[in-house]
Every structure is written in structure tokens, then in C-alpha cells.
Design a protein around this ligand. Structure first.
Ligand code: SAM
Ligand code: SF4
Length: 329
């Protein structure tokens, strides 16, 4: 397969697909208290439409797909859809990002359907705080989901933690210590200016340099080669740890030079960069009857407008219109 390259020769082989903008939680940094207005049912891509887009993308060179949302596990019929997605020619890696609330019930069917890797977002190990942070989430349930996924052999299980100053940054060390006992990849992700503008300000970002320094007080961090699919995390291990610690630094040290992804929103917009508002509307063209060649052409247009980089670190004067739940985080 020739592969797909953008105008600065980055190989684009990864698509994140948001299957819904809805969520069963309301994390304080992701959604405003009163939620965000959900898309109307008819505005959401059907599974058939997503499969068609994935098929055309695979013919162009996309080989890895991650399903996300909103909360992907709340969409009805997901498992059947995943089975069809996994069967598409050219799709070699199918993963999923979830808040974990429905994982205990669904991990088995996800494995059967062809999901190979699962990321769980987890921002507190304290049940009370978890409830506050997610506005109602039950930590126990998520932990049982993670254990179920582990028992089913999902490897590695990645836990994504967004430290927000004054909210959960006092748990950085506890999350790092989790890797001493468990084979998880615990990844610390910088808080980005996306979503509720009232929530984000620069002082709440805990930069990777600070997270790292705090973890180094627990023990030396040795670099680890990325064992699997390459991603934006830089990886380390504490002495004797079973798991791995990762740092993802979109604010302080963006990784645009090696960005390999496109995003498909639940309402059918192809988004070449998380931090750029440009979107290519695939849904409208598909519903107007375009053929697969035209769909492929639109994907190439998205590649051509993919920015070289973003400059979020410059004071981040703007926040980005859609929340992560709307873009597909
Ligand atoms: N609901 C699923 C979940 O929480 O894993 C999938 C969608 S969620 C939008 C994907 C990821 O986006 C989560 O790991 C969440 O922590 C992250 N996220 C949301 N808003 C963010 C922000 N402003 N900065 C950094 N990460 C954010
Ligand atoms: Fe829902 Fe995920 Fe956003 Fe939390 S981070 S509100 S779980 S979409």
C-alpha cells in the first residue's frame, strides 16, 4: 500500500473516530455543568456511513483506528459495528478510549469483536473526588472494568490521567505508584484549552516537566522504547515497576512533527488537527450521493489543510470551540 502523506510528508495512517458526542459522565474539565447540546440523531453518522469512510480511508493508507466519543460504549450496536470495522481490508489495529464505566459489562464482547487495545481515562483514585470530578461517576465500577479488561488479556491497558492544578494534581505520585504493582501504562496528559473556557486557564496546566520532577522524587525514571504502536507519549519506568509511565505534552512540547492522525467527528466532519477549526464535511457529500472517489478526494483535501503545527503554548489566547467530547478526544 502506497500510504498517505500530507504536504510536509508526514505519514498519516491513524484515524480517531468519534461514534457519539454523548456521554454518561460530565467530567469537569471536559463538559460544562449543564452538558453540551447533543447532536440530533439524524446528524450523527450511521454505522454504515462510518464503515464506508473507514473503508475508503483504509484504501488510502489508514491502518489504525481508535474509537472514541463522547463515551463510545453508550452507543447501541457498537459491538456489531466493531466486528465489521475489524474485518475491513487494511485495518490492522483497532483500539478504543473509554471512561470505563461500562467496561466490566462490555470488555468481553469488545475483545470478541476485534478490539485489541483499550485506554481508560481515570483522573482520581479517590472515590469521593472521582464522583466530584466526573459529576457522578463511580470509581469502583471503573476499577472493576479495568480489572476485567486486564483479565481478558488486553495489553497494555493504558490509563490516561489529566492533572489539573488544585483539583487532582496531588494524586500524581499515587498514579505513578500504581505502575509498581500493575502492568498498566499510566499516561499523564497536559490539560488542554479545549471545551469549557471558564474552566481552563494556563495556571491550571501542570506541565510535564513538573509532573516528571515529582515522580522522579519517587525513584529514577529510565527511558523505555515504545513497545507497540508509536504514539505521542514518551515512556519511562520506575525502578522495579511492572508498568510504564508516559508523558503526553500537547501544551508544553507539542508533537506536531510526528502527528500521524486525522479525526472523524460523530457528525461526519474530518478534522485534520485537534487544534485547528478547519473541518471537511464528509457527511453532507455522502448524503448528497458522492461516490467513493469523491470521498477519497475529500480526504486528500483534509490532508492538504493539515497544519504544520499548533501554537497552543503561546499563552493560549483562544480556546477551541468544540469540547473534546464533540471532537472525539
Ligand atoms: N469518554 C471517553 C473517555 O473519557 O475516555 C472518550 C472521550 S474523552 C473526550 C477522551 C479523552 O479526552 C479523555 O482521556 C479526557 O481526559 C480527555 N480530555 C477531555 N478534555 C480534555 C482537555 N481539555 N485537556 C486534556 N484532555 C482532555
Ligand atoms: Fe465524558 Fe470522556 Fe468527556 Fe469525561 S472526558 S465527560 S467521560 S467524554
Amino acid at each position: 500500500m502506497a500510504g498517505m502523506y500530507d504536504r510536509i510528508n508526514r505519514k498519516i495512517d491513524y484515524m480517531r473516530i468519534s461514534v457519539t458526542d454523548r456521554c454518561n459522565m460530565r467530567c469537569v474539565y471536559c463538559m460544562p455543568l449543564d452538558g453540551v447540546r447533543g447532536l440530533d440523531h439524524e446528524d450523527i453518522l450511521s454505522y454504515e456511513e462510518i464503515l464506508r469512510i473507514a473503508h475508503v480511508a483504509a484504501t488510502l493508507g489508514i491502518s489504525k483506528i481508535r474509537l472514541t466519543g463522547g463515551e463510545p460504549l453508550i452507543r447501541k450496536g457498537l459491538t456489531g459495528f466493531i466486528r465489521q470495522l475489524a474485518a475491513l481490508d487494511g485495518i490492522e489495529d483497532l483500539s478504543l478510549t473509554t471512561n470505563g464505566t461500562l467496561l466490566e459489562a462490555k470488555a468481553g464482547e469488545l475483545a470478541d469483536a476485534g478490539v485489541t487495545r483499550i485506554n481508560v481515562s481515570l483522573d482520581s483514585l479517590n472515590p469521593e473526588r472521582f464522583r466530584e470530578l466526573t459529576r457522578g461517576g463511580e470509581l469502583e465500577k471503573v476499577m472493576r472494568g479495568i480489572e476485567k479488561a486486564e483479565a481478558l488479556g488486553f495489553v497494555p491497558i493504558k490509563l490516561n490521567m489529566v492533572p489539573v492544578r488544585g483539583i487532582n494534581d496531588d494524586e500524581i505520585e499515587a498514579f505513578a505508584r500504581l505502575t509498581l504493582e500493575k502492568p498498566y501504562h499510566v499516561r499523564f496528559i497536559e490539560f488542554m484549552p479545549i471545551g469549557d473556557r471558564k474552566m481552563w486557564d494556563e495556571s491550571k496546566v501542570v506541565p510535564t516537566s513538573e509532573v516528571r520532577a515529582r515522580i522522579e522524587a519517587l525513584g529514577d525514571l529510565s527511558p523505555v522504547e515504545n513497545p507497540g504502536v508509536k504514539g505521542p507519549a514518551t515512556l519511562f519506568r520506575l525502578p522495579g515497576a511492572k508498568g510504564i509511565i508516559g508523558f503526553i505534552s500537547p501544551v508544553s512540547d507539542h508533537f506536531c512533527g510526528s502527528c500521524n492522525r486525522l479525526r472523524l467527528t460523530a457528525d461526519g466532519k474530518l478534522r485534520p488537527c485537534l487544534f485547528s477549526e478547519s473541518e471537511i464535511d464528509l457527511k453532507t457529500s455522502m448524503r448528497a450521493g458522492c461516490d467513493d472517489d469523491e470521498l477519497a478526494r475529500l480526504m486528500v483535501v483534509a490532508l492538504n489543510v493539515k497544519p504544520e503545527g499548533h501554537n497552543m503554548a503561546d499563552g493560549v489566547k483562544k480556546s477551541y470551540g468544540r469540547t473534546m467530547s464533540k471532537i472525539g478526544g
